[in-house]
Design a protein around this ligand. Structure first.
Ligand SMILES: Nc1ncnc2c1ncn2[C@@H]1O[C@H](COP(=O)(O)OP(=O)(O)O)[C@@H](O)[C@H]1O
Ligand SMILES: O=c1ccn([C@@H]2O[C@H](COP(=O)(O)OP(=O)(O)O)[C@@H](O)[C@H]2O)c(=O)[nH]1
Length: 836
């Protein structure tokens, strides 16, 4: 019968709709690798009848074969028209068969919220919470209409393996994360069901974010809200979940969030509440318990701007559910908050839900208050809390926050130790399922004696293995290496554990290396102190304003940290070498073509480690940055962009080139674009923006030169409305006299083949430039964002001027990204892209 071969198929051209093109497929169904290696439509047993097996999907999402480099998981963009491809397998009503071929219809489903990890059960058949309508229209029995499942235009050429496809529209506001989808084809009847399941990651870029301060405020509101929901009010739950997810999205580094399973527990409770309506109040109480006391909930993490209030998407009659108490005080530690009353009507399957201890919060000092309604926490939990009242987080400096964080971490480690002791005494059999909640049963030092960890694979990126470096120095390690060693081993062990299937974490299998080890962090840990110092140095570095010209190529950051743009062919490099800690530690700018990630990498290791054993953590930019490149036609924008790309590695997107390519692709807009270009007029912004957006997403990178855009107010407006998630770092304005531009364009016209490099079109373009584009340049100039570059001299001389504008931008970008990576190291947040 049939199955989905492709979960992200480019069906935009007729030929791709008619014939299978492997190149057009960028996403596969779960466990699709075997099928993919045999070829489209070949029978390998990939068709699956859930009613015969009592499982909604053929293989589970945590199967080791779920996705592979050759059959990867799909990535969707919010609002995308998603197309799926599958083989006809003879089931199409057509002249070469008959009009009564059975086909009862196709349905497409997905899970409600993104998964916190790729484990766990799929929703049962027909209980998926979200359903999409495919765009083929329903097939009518008795009619040869090639609709529904039967959209297989070349069916009669190869009845078995002909390509069929169907598309559906994703929501524009879908939250980022990984969702599970199911394609269900009912063949002879609604009881003769075939399914394919797959995951797709929703791309985070270019979705509209609300301002962080608003999200933070809403988090504070929902945590403090004591309003009782109506029992069956789904909106109450969904609105809260949405805010939490938005908060998580706005704080991807989890700054301020303890790494003790808090996030995992929250996500677990969300999926529990999604599944069972009647446990939502209880689940919500767990979530609130987790959230209380996290500084990031209330603190305006990052540099959230003062912002206008944005409406929460709740109908007015429900607004009171999220109302802020009059004396709203963001400092959670000052408050005693009563959770919502518990609903005793717990779900019958709750005992099957993996262990979320309702008592978890009790054992953690900063959460104790929420569960101990008397104001005296148990003496063993008081720790250093008896000291003077701490400053509210919002008034602390970055360093104070870090120290506070360290203090809390130390407190938590002590409380955790206590908990272990108590549990051991009581012989409790509590078996946490979450890696980060596991506690070492051996001293950290034992990790050194453990055999080499299994080869670590990338997190968040497919696994090309790095080549072993033959010239790695293998001399004796430097002094005081045990702390760096323990940190490194700890991180490696944790990584190793996190790459093991969860079943290996059962008590019966306890290979020492899979036992994740939580570092016993304290302020005296030299590694943490070192990273903290690096952070401090970088925090104290004034980020260079984009309008300040760079006077020297080399700058000092603090006493020990040095940034040098000329040091090597890696361009920017932070030397973080401290021989007392690591033999090899450096942070450098890195482009990883395979992972399609631009960013900063931190290399950690010891001399005796092979390159493969060294850890490389990598962080890309959080927000995408663009530099607009404007100037008259022929001013030399394209010429300079090529040089910038060669020197600094931006992605160059020429709006004119994209439009010309679109025209050549035979698109429905082709004629209109052609007319506009010949006339020197400006194409409607929607067309240009769609092309820019797609090119940005496809590049997977984060620093862009946008050449020849925005050219008028319509362009600017469209950009401001749509690209709220992208920062405009500045405008490179190439200023060249008209007669010089005309001369250049006529010269270019001899070989360019462009339909607008002739004197009539050139003159029209000059008019458009003066009337429409100059006001845009002036608009940016008023915001101090324009780098004015005279473009009359030779290309190389113009480039010397260009560099002066670019370098501060690149440097700022590096400093910001480095700061993120150091924060990740400091917070032990190895979810940051990590490779060995
Ligand atoms: N500084 C320069 N001096 C002389 N010719 C130049 C200079 N910069 C570019 N050119 C030439 O002028 C023409 C137009 O340059 P191009 O980069 O395509 O401009 P734009 O992208 O602004 O239309 C090209 O043929 C290019 O080789
Ligand atoms: O955002 C844009 C960029 C370009 N164009 C069209 O594409 C032509 C060529 O632009 P390009 O930037 O390639 O060339 P330039 O005129 O700068 O040499 C312009 O005259 C416009 O007709 C447009 O409509 N919108």
């Amino acid at each position: 019968h049939s199955w989905l071969e492709c979960t992200n198929y480019d069906a935009s051209s007729t030929s791709n709709q008619e014939y299978w093109s492997a190149a057009a497929c960028t996403g596969y169904a779960r466990c699709g690798s075997y099928q993919q290696s045999h070829g489209f439509g070949i029978d390998t047993g990939f068709d699956y009848r859930p009613l015969l097996h009592n499982k909604p999907c053929q293989c589970s999402k945590d199967s080791p074969n779920a996705y592979s480099a050759s059959a990867p998981m799909a990535t969707y963009v919010p609002g995308q028209k998603v197309c799926l491809a599958y083989p006809a397998k003879n089931h199409v009503a057509a002249p070469c068969t008959n009009q009564y071929i059975p086909d009862t219809g196709v349905r497409i489903f997905r899970t409600q919220h993104p998964a916190s990890n790729l484990t766990g059960d799929d929703p049962a058949l027909h209980s998926w919470p979200v359903e999409y309508k495919h765009l083929n229209g329903p097939h009518q029995n008795g009619v040869v209409d090639y609709k529904g499942f039967q959209h297989c235009p070349k069916f009669c050429e190869d009845k078995g393996r002909a390509l069929c496809s169907m598309c559906f529209n994703l929501e524009k506001d879908i939250a980022p994360g990984v969702y599970t989808f199911q394609w269900e084809w009912d063949f002879n009847s609604a009881n003769d069901v075939y399914t394919s399941c797959w995951e797709a990651r929703q791309f985070t870029m270019l979705t509209t974010h609300r301002r962080k301060s608003v999200i933070v405020q809403q988090m504070a509101d929902i945590i403090q809200s004591q309003a009782m929901p109506e029992a069956d009010n789904e909106h109450w739950w969904d609105a809260r979940v949405k805010i939490i997810q938005e908060w998580l999205r706005a704080n991807p580094l989890r700054i301020g969030v303890p790494e003790d399973g808090t996030i995992e527990t929250i996500m677990q409770q969300i999926s529990r509440g999604d599944k069972y309506v009647h446990v939502r109040v209880k689940a919500w109480n767990h979530i609130v318990t987790e959230l209380q006391g996290i500084p990031g909930v209330c603190e305006k993490f990052a540099t959230a701007e003062a912002s206008p209030e944005l409406p929460i998407e709740l109908p007015p009659e429900k607004q009171e559910l999220l109302q802020i108490p009059e004396d709203n005080n963001c400092d959670q530690s000052e408050q005693t908050i009563s959770p919502l009353p518990l609903n005793t009507n717990e779900d019958p399957q709750e005992s099957n839900v993996q262990p979320v201890s309702p008592f978890r919060g009790k054992l953690r000092p900063n959460k104790a208050k929420t569960l101990h309604h008397d104001s005296n926490p148990p003496p063993e939990l008081q720790l250093s809390n008896q000291e003077t009242k701490p400053k509210p987080i919002s008034q602390m400096s970055m360093m104070e926050r870090q120290q506070e964080w360290l203090r809390k971490k130390a407190e938590k480690a002590a409380a955790e130790k206590l908990r272990q002791q108590q549990e051991a005494e009581k012989e409790l059999t509590f078996q946490p399922s979450l890696i980060k909640k596991q506690i070492p049963t051996k001293p950290v030092i034992e990790a050194e004696k453990a055999p080499s960890p299994p080869r670590l694979t990338r997190l968040k990126s497919a696994g090309r293995q790095r080549k072993q470096s033959s010239n790695t120095t293998k001399t004796a390690p430097a002094t005081s290496k045990s702390s760096s060693r323990s940190l490194l081993d700890t991180v490696k062990a944790e990584l190793a554990a996190s790459t093991q299937p969860s079943t290996q974490l059962e008590p019966s299998s306890t290979p020492s290396i899979t036992t994740p080890i939580i570092p016993t962090t304290s302020t005296t840990d030299p590694t943490i102190a070192y990273v903290s110092k690096a952070l401090e140095a970088i925090n104290n570095t004034a980020i260079i304003s984009s309008t300040t010209p760079l006077t020297t190529a080399s700058r000092k950051i603090g006493d020990d940290f040095h940034y040098d743009t000329t040091s090597s062919d890696t361009k920017g490099r932070y030397q973080l070498q401290d021989p007392t800690l690591f033999d090899l530690t450096s942070m450098y700018r890195k482009k990883d073509k395979y992972a399609r990630c631009d960013g900063v990498a931190l290399q950690m290791g010891r001399r005796e480690d092979t390159h493969q054993e060294q850890l490389i953590a990598m962080a890309g930019a959080l927000r995408h940055k663009v530099l607009f490149v404007l100037g008259g036609p022929g001013a030399g924008k394209g010429t300079q962009c090529a040089k910038i790309v060669a020197e600094y590695g931006f992605v160059h997107l020429s709006a004119g080139d994209l439009l010309r390519a679109e025209r050549a692709s035979g698109s429905e807009n082709g004629d209109m674009i052609d007319r506009m270009i010949r006339e020197g007029a400006i194409v409607p912004v929607k067309v240009t923006l769609d092309l820019l957006r797609k090119a940005m997403v496809d590049s997977g990178r984060d620093l862009f030169l946008i050449d020849g855009f925005p050219r008028n107010y319509d362009n600017l407006q469209g950009w401001n409305d749509e690209m709220t998630d992208v920062d405009v770092a500045g405008v490179l304005f190439y200023d060249c006299p008209e007669d010089e531009m005309e001369k250049r364009l006529l010269e270019r016209g001899k070989t360019s083949g462009r339909t607008d490099d002739n004197i009539d079109a050139i003159r029209k373009r000059f008019t458009t430039y003066h009337e429409s584009t100059m006001p845009i340049i002036e608009h940016f100039a008023e915001q101090n964002k324009v780098f004015h570059i005279l473009a009359i001299s030779t290309p190389d001389e113009v480039f010397e001027e260009t560099k002066k504008a670019i370098e501060p931008i690149v440097q700022t970008h590096l400093v910001e990204t480095t700061q993120r990576l150091l924060n990740a190291v400091f917070n032990n947040d190895w979810a940051t892209y990590v490779v060995t």
